[in-house]
Design a protein around this ligand. Structure first.
Ligand SMILES: Nc1nc2c(ncn2[C@@H]2O[C@H](COP(=O)(O)OP(=O)(O)OP(=O)(O)O)[C@@H](O)[C@H]2O)c(=O)[nH]1
Ligand SMILES: [Mg+2]
Ligand SMILES: [Zn+2]
Length: 332
């Protein structure tokens, strides 16, 4: 029996089983949306059943005497966002995703390594990804982060050159929201990024009537505080679903084995076809086409491989090697 299949529900409940989707999850407490659009507070049946936001489930509604419904079964997951948690284990965060919306901003100080790792997570899980730099108002002339404008613009240009749709927005103006909504109009997207970059503010902007809590003190540098504490799914008016997720301080996608780290970086994946050895990890190996390309000009005027991206790859590779060494033998 798979770990998602607890004992079957009592016979009298089987008739009442229906399919739904988890639109909010906090531990074992979840909210399930039935196919008629109504929402039902539920909990997982048995202590091991942990539904995720986005999960497709079979559940039974609550009753007048016990308003909490029960989720009996989680249907097979695909399109999963997962991370390596502090204990070095793979932890799944949201399911049935189509794409990641990777958000950064001039404040809190952007960590493009985290952006790169989310983009790697998307590629490793065969999800699409878009990149959003928000709080553009702070970059404008006279804005408090005008000095960072060039650097953030060039990061966006580099992501666009890699093929990612990029958006520069601020939640106080309308510009740029229609193209972003169009990019999210199919499937399920999830907002990810550092805490305080403005994910919930974007969500409130894209979903009329949504009241996702946002940090009240603008520009607060209290990075330890996470305003959003659990993932929640909303429906976009122009189509598509959007999940708001809690911000992070750091993030690492699970890489099944070190040689797969390159799959997370489109340009490294492409360049590695030219390496002398098929299992090249692009470190010190002779005849490595990836290392040879670092900082070289590309035909389009950019760089064949940005030194920062190569550094991101090397850091993820190091994490993958460490995780492999920590893994107990015989376990995935
Ligand atoms: N100047 C400016 N401030 C913004 C913008 N978008 C969001 N903010 C502010 O940034 C702060 C953080 O916004 P949130 O939406 O709560 O950020 P979050 O990414 O959801 O944070 P967590 O839930 O902790 O991960 C709030 O004070 C917002 O008012 C923007 O476009 N411009
Ligand atoms: Mg939030
Ligand atoms: Zn190589």
């Amino acid at each position: 029996m798979s770990r998602h299949s607890p004992p079957p529900p009592p016979a009298k409940q089987i008739d009442a089983l229906e399919d739904g989707r988890v639109v909010r999850a906090f531990g074992r407490q979840v909210v399930v949306e039935s196919t008629d659009g109504a929402t039902h507070p539920c909990r997982g049946f048995g202590k091991d059943l942990r539904p995720l936001c986005g999960d497709q489930v079979a559940f039974v509604r609550g009753t007048a005497s016990d308003p909490e419904g029960l989720v009996y079964r989680i249907h097979p997951r695909r399109g999963v966002l997962a991370r390596w948690n502090g204990a070095g284990r793979r932890e799944e965060l949201a399911a049935h995703l189509t794409r990641l919306v990777v958000v950064f901003a001039p404040t809190p100080a952007p960590d493009l390594f985290i952006v790169d790792r989310y983009l790697a997570a998307a590629a490793l899980a065969a999800l699409e990804a878009v990149v959003v730099c928000t709080k553009a108002d702070l970059l404008a002339e006279g804005g408090s982060h005008a000095a960072d404008a060039l650097e953030l613009q060039s990061a966006l240009t580099a992501y666009a050159a890699l093929g990612y749709p990029v958006f520069l927005l601020d939640t106080a103006s309308d510009a740029g929201f229609a193209p972003l909504a169009a990019a999210l109009a199919s499937g399920t997207s999830v907002l990810v990024g550092q805490s305080g970059v403005g994910k919930s503010s974007l969500l409130n902007r894209l979903v009329p009537g949504a009241v996702a809590a946002t940090r009240t003190v603008s520009g607060s540098t209290d990075e330890g505080r996470h305003t959003t504490t659990s993932a929640a799914l909303y429906h976009l008016p122009g189509g598509g679903d959007l999940i708001d997720s809690p911000g992070v301080r750091d993030f690492a996608p699970p890489v099944p084995e070190p040689r797969q780290a390159r799959h997370g970086f489109v340009e490294i994946e492409r360049l590695s076809a030219g390496c002398k050895f098929m299992d090249c990890l692009h470190r010190e190996e002779p005849g490595c086409a990836v290392r040879a390309a670092v900082g070289l000009p590309a035909p389009d005027g950019g760089s064949a491989l940005e030194p920062r991206r190569y550094n991101s790859y090397r850091r993820l590779l190091t994490t993958a090697v460490q995780m492999e060494q920590r893994r107990p033998p015989g376990r995935g």
